[in-house]
Design a protein around this ligand. Structure first.
Ligand code: TXA
Ligand code: MG
Length: 353
């Protein structure tokens, strides 16, 4: 299959200049085909959420196990009534505070949602993204787009159109290129079918922000303790996600000791003939004499770190390094999401100094 790549131009007022490309993409979705599109978090691989066969095509293009449910993207709050028969009060309050934006809610599904889209679950994940291209495509495509991140299963999520093309060219009808994404990490997922609202995946809508609206919020024990026996509730969280091709280790502790430890590890690996990648922050970037060093940005600029993380992991893949040593982050605010993705990429290999 030939994949069309359409660059979408957005003017200063936020309106789309070549809207005809969106109309074409919407027709593809309505006809049951697949279109990758930008959201504010990461690029998504979209298909019609109400067509069982579109979900099957998505799983095939990604090489993803079909028990891993998809998020349905909507463009207006009213669309919720099609996807669920019961909208809890918490969902309305969260939508008022954080939609459109990087928050996904899990609700009981209605009969209109095919089990193919939910991976056989009787619940459904829903979000209203804020990217103008995503919103326009959802409207043109009929209102309901199922979309996982637009990467091959097991690779880092795409934060630019070239990442999508790397993984999915030839496998889908169209890619809408809306430039680099703003957030860089996937949406926060909150399960509202539990007695206490439960975070299944941390993201840019943080625990603190959710608590400010809902009061009590808990974090899925499978998330905190993924290395142990507690099974995470979001099926996707059980797979080794966000994985670079190289072995990766996360080094945590006081900054100067982290740098010292990484240098010791890098020296040893280099002398054993292994090529080394170092995932650094701007403050430390000049203190690593060995290895290929990529800086994610200033440590206090969590937003920059989040935006650059997946691109850096992909660059290490291209450079074919054998091992990556990464500086760790704290577990508060947006850093909680950064640290969660780093832990996954490292397969939970952590050294504390
Ligand atoms: O930011 C995002 O959420 C991006 C953009 C494209 O919107 N999408 C995304 O989708 O990250 P995906 O498929 O890569 O991750 C969806 C996660 C998976 O871990 C899946 O298991 C979980 O959401 N999920 C989906 N439906 C669920 C449900 N009904 N119950 C529990 N977890 C669910
Ligand atoms: Mg994904």
């Amino acid at each position: 299959m030939q994949t069309e790549i359409a660059k979408i131009e957005i003017d200063e007022t936020g309106s789309i200049e070549n809207y005809d490309a969106i109309v074409r993409a919407g027709q593809i979705i309505r006809a049951g085909g697949l279109v990758a599109f930008p959201t504010e978090t990461v690029y998504g691989l979209g298909g019609n959420a109400l067509f069982p066969d579109a979900a099957k095509k998505i799983y095939a293009a990604k090489g993803r196990p079909s028990d891993n449910p998809l998020i349905i993207h909507i463009a207006e709050l009213e669309s919720l009534t099609k996807l669920t028969d019961h909208i809890p009060d918490e969902a309305i309050r969260l939508a008022e505070a954080f939609w459109c934006g990087p928050l996904t809610m899990i609700l009981k599904k209605s009969a209109a949602v095919p089990f193919e889209t939910t991976g056989g679950l009787d619940t459904v994940a829903i979000r209203e993204p804020s990217h103008p291209v995503a919103l326009a495509l959802i409207r043109e495509g009929g209102g309901f787009i199922a979309a996982p991140s637009a990467n091959t299963s097991g690779r880092p999520s795409p934060t630019k159109a070239s990442h999508v093309a790397e993984d999915l060219s030839g496998k889908i009808e169209m890619i809408l290129d809306g430039g680099d994404v703003a957030v860089g990490l996937e949406s926060t997922i909150i399960d509202l079918t539990e007695e206490i609202p439960t975070i299944l995946r941390p993201g840019a809508v943080t625990l603190e922000m959710l608590k400010s609206v809902l009061g009590e919020v808990r974090i899925d024990p499978g998330l905190i303790d993924e290395a142990s026996a507690v099974a995470p509730k979001a099926p996707g969280m059980k797979y080794r996600h966000y994985a670079p091709k190289a072995e990766m280790l996360l080094i945590e502790g006081e900054a100067s000791r982290v740098t010292e430890k990484i240098n010791a590890l890098a020296a040893k690996a280099t002398s054993n003939g292994r090529s080394v990648g170092i995932l650094s922050t701007e403050e430390a970037v000049d203190f690593y004499p060995k290895g290929t060093v990529l800086s994610l940005g200033k440590r206090e600029r969590e937003d920059e770190i989040a935006r650059h993380l997946y691109d850096a992991l992909r660059r290490f893949d291209e450079l074919k390094v054998d091992v990556i040593y990464a500086e760790g982050f704290s577990d508060a605010g947006l850093s909680q999401a950064i640290q969660n993705r780093l832990l996954k990429a490292a397969g939970h290999q952590v050294i504390t100094v």
